[in-house]
Design a protein around this ligand. Sequence first.
Ligand code: GRF
Length: 220
Amino acid sequence: MPDLLRIGALVSGNGTNLQAIIDAIEKKELEAEITVVISNKKTAGALERTKKHGLNGIYLDPGNYENNREYEKEIVRLFGKNRVQWVVLAGYLKIITDELLSAYPDRILNIHPSLLPAFTGLHAQEQALKYGVKITGCTVHLVEAGLDSGPVIIQAAVPVLENDTVETLTERISKKEHQIYPQVLKWISTRRLKIDGRRVSILPSSSPSGNEIINPGGIV
Ligand code: GRF
C-alpha cells in the first residue's frame, strides 16, 4: 500500500474545515493522515477538535518569537519532524512569509469564503453582502506570496438570498467549504492535481468507480 498523504494544518479558530478533513479521513473517503496541527491561538476550537480525535495538536505562542519569519522557522521544523508533505491552512489568521512558502512550494492550500479574486482578506461574506452580489461562494487555492492570490483549484457558488445576514450566508458557504476542501485533498492523494502556472487541472480518475465526493470540473 502506498504511503498515506501526510498533512500538516495551521489553524487559529473554530476548525470546522479541519473537522471536515478529519471526518473524511475517518470515513475513509480520504487516504491521508494529519500528522500535526499547529495553532497560533491557545483557545482555538480547532485544537480541541484535534485532541478529541487523538491527533497531534500544538499551540505555538507567536509571542515567543521575534517575528513571523522566526515563528515560521519553528513551524517548518515541526512540519519536517512530522514528515508533512502538504500544508493546509484552515482558518489560519496570520500572513504567510517566505519561510513557509519556500519550504513547501506549491504545497500549501488555503480556503477562502468568496469566489476569488472577489473579496480578498478578512470579512469576505460581509464584503459580498455590502457589495450586493447575487452569487458568492468559496475557493480552495494554492498559497503564494500575495493575499488570497494563488492559483485556484476549485470554487463553489452560493447564492445570496434577499434576507441573508453575515451569519446565514456564512453558514451556507461553510457547508460548501466542508465539501470542497476534503475533495481537493482527495485529488492530491490520488495524484490527480496538475499545476501548470496559474492553471490547475484535475486529471481523470484511473479508478472506474468514480468515487468523487463532487465532480472534478473545478466548479460546484
Ligand atoms: C472559513 O470561512 C475559511 O474560509 C476561512 O476561515 C474560516 C475558517 O473557519 N479561511 P473554520 O475555523 O474552519 O471553522
